[in-house]
Design a protein around this ligand. Structure first.
Ligand code: NCD
Length: 309
């Protein structure tokens, strides 16, 4: 399958076959991601990292993935040091980064920014999160984690808990899980439930969804519990945030009725929605999940830039 020069703006840019191929290559990347084997497959290539919002995992794992492949990274880590503060438009900034690199990774606070960037760039653009929109590469590493940890995605009962309204990772994830025939349960306070557009899309794909606001009712059937933080920065009114802050928390007690082999995932950063005591249970997978960003992003860069192992 040819991925070369493809933009990754939404998980909808992929069909199931393409996702499977990416996950397969991610598996092959594991020893390189761990530094057990060495490759210079993307030597001479330059990745342009453009992050207009805070990031630890996404930015560093793209950088680490590029380094592991022998590519170089140019990076705007402080927007205040660029001409954006002089009023340069996103379109012009993208034109510049395009001229200086072979692929652009963009994180931006506005939904639709990655689509706009892809329009102005003839080089591939990867959406590393656009506001409350989507986060397709996080979804690829989430799927990879489920596949690695549970053996398959098909038929899994995945409970997604948290801020489903503003959390971009869960928008992409719900759609991709449906493509793989997983069963979805959305757990959120009423005000933070999954946007209707995503629910409709999942239903049109033939998805099987249950919505509730009570985790205790659904935890015992879960194979995967995917927790997210409340996206404080996206609330138009701080008073609205205060109403929902601290409404859910997974601790050892909350997992009492869970299956022995339930895995708990989280895109991170976590604030207080998973108690640190859970880290030491056999359920915790969020740190492994964060590591998986390396092999998955190595696979994606390789596919888009035409490298081969
Ligand atoms: C997420 C994001 O930025 O959307 N973080 C990440 O990329 N791993 C989740 C979040 O910020 O809550």
């Amino acid at each position: 399958m040819n991925f070369q020069n493809m933009d990754v703006v939404s998980i909808r840019d992929f069909n199931r076959e393409q996702i499977e191929e990416t996950l397969e290559l991610s598996r092959e990347m594991l020893p390189y991601a761990r530094g057990e084997k060495v490759t210079r497959m993307l030597e001479g290539k330059i990745l342009g990292n453009l992050f207009f919002e805070p990031s630890t995992r996404t930015r560093l794992s793209f950088e680490s993935a590029a380094n592991r492949l022998g590519a170089k990274v140019i990076d705007v880590s402080q927007i205040s040091t660029t001409s954006i503060t002089k009023g340069e438009t996103l379109a012009d900034t993208i034109r510049m980064v395009e001229a200086y690199s072979d692929l652009i990774v963009l994180r931006h606070p506005h939904e639709g920014a990655a689509r706009l960037a892809a329009h102005f760039s003839s080089k591939p653009v990867i959406n590393a999160g656009d506001g409350a929109g989507s986060h397709p590469t996080q979804t690829l590493l989430d799927l990879f984690t489920i596949q690695q940890e549970k053996g398959s995605i098909d038929g899994m009962n995945v409970v997604i808990l948290g801020d489903l309204k503003y959390g971009r990772t869960v928008h992409s994830l719900a759609e991709a899980l449906t493509l793989f025939g997983a069963k979805l349960t959305f757990v959120a306070p009423e005000a933070l439930q999954m946007p209707i557009e995503t629910v409709k899309h999942v239903e049109n794909m033939g998805g099987n969804i249950t919505c509730t606001n009570c985790i205790d009712d659904v935890i015992s059937d879960a194979d995967v519990l995917y927790v997210t933080r409340i996206q404080r920065e996206r609330f138009p009114d701080p008073a609205e945030y205060e109403k929902v802050a601290g409404m859910y928390r997974i601790d050892i007690d909350a997992l009492r009725e869970a299956k022995k082999d339930l895995i708990v995932m989280h895109p991170l950063p976590r604030i207080d929605e998973i108690a640190p005591e859970v880290d030491f249970t056999p359920h915790a997978r969020y740190f492994q999940q964060a590591f998986n960003g390396i092999p998955v992003r190595m696979a994606l860069l390789t596919l888009l830039l035409g490298g081969s192992l």
